[in-house]
Every structure is written in C-alpha cells, then in structure tokens.
Write a protein of this length. Structure first.
Length: 255
C-alpha cells in the first residue's frame, strides 16, 4: 500500500475543490463529536504485581497523559486527574482537528482500534476513490480487521463497491492482474482469529506464521480461489493478503 492514506488531490467527481472542502468539514465535525465520548478506564496487570490504568477513547491517548511541551508550567498532565485537565485535553485535540489540512491528518488523530468505525461514520462525506483508498489503508493498518466493530458483511460490501484502482497501488494491481484464473489460498487460524474472516494469502509460510502468532496450537485452512472472486490484493506491511469471501473458496478445509 501507499505510505499515505489518501491522495491530497482527490475530490468528489461532481464537486471539485468545493466538495473536498465541504467533505473535510464534515469529517472534522464527526471527529469533534467523538472527542465528547465518555472515557472508559481499564486496568492492566503488570509483571511486578501492580496495576496500571489505561483509558479507552477514540482520540485521547490511552496512557491518559498529555504531552504539551509548549506549556512551560505544565508540559505533562493527566487527563483523569481533574475535570479541568479533561476539558483542557479535549480543547487541545479540537485544535488539532481544526488545524488539519486534509482527511489524512484527522485519521492519524483517531486511535487505531477506532479507525474503521470512524470510516463508517464519515463514509457519506467521501468520494468513491477516497473511500476505497481509506478502506484499503485501514484494513492493513488495523491489528485484527476481521474482528472489527464494523460488521464483516458491511466491510465486504465496501470492498465490492470500491474500484480495484482505488483499493490497490500500482504494484498490488499488477500482482492482482497476474493471478491465474484459479489458485490455492491459505489462512492461518489462531485463538483470536475470526474463522469466517476474508484475509487469505497465497503463502503457506505466511499463513503458518499467523496461525501460531500468539500460541502454538493454531492451524491453517486451505482451498481453491478464483481470480474473479478476489476483492483485493493488499501487500502493506508485507502481509501478502488476498481478500476473498470464504463461501467463494472451493474445498476449504483444515490442513
């Protein structure tokens, strides 16, 4: 995948620069609303027997500490220590959102587990090409997109609607075009894997790595796929991912 999220010259087909400006405003408004989502606190057990508090929030940092080097009196402060600090943090991030010059910059403010959900919230303000490029980037960027809060049927619908050109970069598209009509695919299944997921690979070695990534008792599924059923080929982070619905894989079985 590209090392950026979307192309800065992408615009709506019918709206040109005006549409792009309007869409950026929509995305900013949604991000600002997310800032007001209540913070959830979770405890993390440490190896020394102690516990640390982390927060779950779409935008605010999970460590709960704000680094504000421009504030000479308080360059670091805890979000959870007072309501005043919480509001101070919200206003700080609101400023970051308002200063963003493109959608890329806003997505980088969204914490990774929430990015696909954010895409779902803003999709109506995106052009088809923007949607495709963001979807592909976020799929690779996410730790476990097959278990996303966004339903798999919804994600599949997005992939089917997007053009291959928006989903894949030049190298990925060239690889996709070189695929034979039928080929063998593999999928590593571990304890945290969605068995109905759509991420497969042509590499048995890669599938075995994913199967045993967190434990040693994973296994690999294999079957025969058809090129016409492939949603996309994504090689960001060298994952060699072939996206395809399991129902379209013939003789899918455990090795």
């Amino acid at each position: 995948m590209n090392n950026y999220i979307i192309k800065t010259n992408t615009t709506n087909e019918k709206g040109g620069i005006n549409a792009m400006t309007e869409n950026l405003r929509i995305v900013k408004n949604v991000a600002i609303v997310l800032l007001e989502v209540p913070v959830k606190v979770r405890k993390l057990s440490l190896s020394n027997g102690k516990t640390a508090k982390l927060i779950n929030h779409p935008i605010l940092p999970d460590c709960g500490i704000i680094n504000a080097p421009e504030d000479k009196e308080q360059p670091f402060y805890s979000i959870m220590s007072s309501d005043a600090n919480m509001q101070k943090a919200i206003q700080r991030y609101k400023g970051f959102i308002e200063e963003a010059e493109n959608i890329d910059a806003i997505f980088l403010l969204i914490n990774r587990p929430y990015r696909l959900q954010f895409l779902e919230l803003i999709q109506r303000g995106l052009s088809p090409d923007e949607m495709g490029e963001l979807l592909a980037y976020l799929w690779v960027d996410s730790e476990n997109p097959n278990n996303s809060a966004v339903s798999l049927p919804t994600l599949i619908k997005w992939f089917k609607k997007a053009s291959k050109q928006s989903l894949m970069d030049a190298e990925e598209l060239a690889y996709y075009n070189s695929l034979p009509d039928e080929f063998t695919v593999y999928r590593g299944i571990g304890s945290k894997t969605n068995k109905k997921g759509i991420s497969y690979t042509w590499s048995l070695e890669k599938a075995e790595w994913f199967a045993n990534r967190f434990q040693q008792d994973g296994y690999v599924l294999t079957g025969t796929a058809k090129k016409k059923d492939v949603l996309a080929y994504l090689n960001g982070r060298e994952k060699q991912t072939i996206l395809i619905e399991p129902k379209n894989i013939a003789s899918l079985h455990k090795m």
